[in-house]
Ligand binder design. Structure first.
Ligand SMILES: Nc1ncnc2c1ncn2[C@@H]1O[C@H](COP(=O)(O)OP(=O)(O)OP(=O)(O)O)[C@@H](O)[C@H]1O
Ligand SMILES: [Mg+2]
Length: 363
């Protein structure tokens, strides 16, 4: 439910919800502004736009932006991907059939083969490739002109791109996770397209569970829609949205069963750690890789789990989220002892609950 990637079936559903213009694209203000400048300048000069590299985690809008670039430039769009281009010849075939001004979108560009990559450098810089025909001593290379085009590369792993390739992009946009307020806008837009009636609190409820990712927000919205349909609701409020998402085991912070399982094991079986990753994986009955690549990144990002040289530890927020009291020897427990002590004192002083001086850390 909260995996950032998407299967083929979901990608089809997504197509209907993709914004088509830069103005419709929610959030990412800096990238949007810079990109709009690059495109506007190209239009004014009557030239094809500079090559654009889009990087960032899955589901944040790289494919969407590439389509918007083509639409804003009023240019045809050709779509391919790194894994699909294993031989330089595959790339040559695509490049030689481009029309002037066309936008070539290469998804997962970091997964292209070396020889194809080298051909791409030349095409990007000089709009020319050398096609090698024949083998051994009789091999000759035939230069081939390519009409000016705009390459839009997308990658979830910008660090894996070789420097020379990265340097040939005129503009690099790095997409960041979205704020809850931005996700609410994404959800409002999608609800309008799907003809769903939700109140503001319901949008907020879904947004806070969406892990800063529009793809997940749209997915949760579809599940809430199903729930409302089956329950016969024509207006979804926060309580309905939260009941629906609880049923799908996506909790208030967007954690799913695996995420919670990892934290629960860390806290209850290992006293908050530090514990080795493989031990933790066995405790939750998952592969090491699943725990490391699926659950951990978000838990670390949310400040729930820490990685230390001695192993994984539960952060104070993890205990709090699970509603557990950490033992005194748990990592970070000193903080809790102070907080709990202060709370007790405040209670004992008979101050009313809403008294502004009743803070945990008041002397
Ligand atoms: N800024 C945005 N505003 C509105 N909807 C968005 C935005 N960004 C993404 N979306 C929606 O989220 C979904 C996923 O976006 P997209 O396919 O562009 O992600 P991606 O970065 O290409 O992911 P991947 O790395 O998995 O290919 C799409 O349905 C799109 O409509
Ligand atoms: Mg994509």
């Amino acid at each position: 439910m909260v995996a950032p990637g998407a299967e083929a079936e979901e990608r089809e559903l997504e197509a209907a919800l993709r914004p088509r213009t830069l103005d419709d694209f929610v959030g990412q203000h800096r990238v949007r502004e810079q990109l709009s400048l690059v495109l506007e300048a190209a239009r004014l000069r009557g030239k094809t736009a500079d090559h654009v590299l889009l990087s960032g985690p899955p589901g944040l809008g790289k494919t969407t932006l590439s389509m918007i670039i083509a639409a804003e430039m009023n240019a045809p769009l050709r779509i391919s991907s790194g894994p699909a281009i294993q031989h330089a010849g595959d790339l040559a075939a695509i490049l030689s059939s481009l029309t002037e001004g066309e936008v070539l979108f290469l998804d997962e560009i970091h997964r292209m083969s070396r020889p194809a990559e080298e051909m791409l450098y030349m095409a990007m810089e000089d709009f020319r490739v050398d096609i090698v025909v024949g083998k051994g001593a009789g091999a000759t290379s035939i230069p081939l002109e390519i009409p000016p085009f705009t390459l839009v590369g997308a990658t979830t792993r910008a660090g894996l791109l070789p420097g020379p390739l990265r340097d040939r992009f005129g503009f690099t946009g790095h997409l960041e996770f979205y704020s809850s307020a931005e996700l609410e806008l994404v959800l409002r837009r999608s609800a309008l397209l799907l003809d769903l009636a939700l109140n503001s609190a319901a949008f907020a409820e879904i947004a806070t569970r969406s892990r800063g990712t529009p793809r997940i927000a749209n997915r949760l919205l579809r599940r809430v829609r199903d729930w409302a349909l089956v329950k016969g609701l024509d207006q979804v409020d926060a309580r309905a949205a939260s009941a629906a998402l609880d049923m799908y085991e996506v909790d208030a912070r967007g954690l799913d069963r695996l995420d919670r399982g990892v934290l629960q094991a860390l806290c209850t079986k290992f006293g908050g750690g530090p514990v080795g990753l493989s031990t933790l994986a066995i405790a939750v009955g998952e592969e090491v890789e699943t725990v490391e690549t699926v659950a951990e990144p978000y838990l670390v990002r949310e400040g729930l789990l820490g990685r230390t040289p001695r192993g994984r530890i539960a952060m104070p927020a993890a205990w709090e989220h699970l509603g557990l009291q950490p033992p005194p020897e748990a990592p970070g427990a000193a903080f809790w002892t102070v907080a709990a002590g202060a709370a007790q004192e405040a209670e004992g002083s008979g101050l009313p609950d809403d008294d502004p001086t009743d803070t945990l850390f008041s002397p």
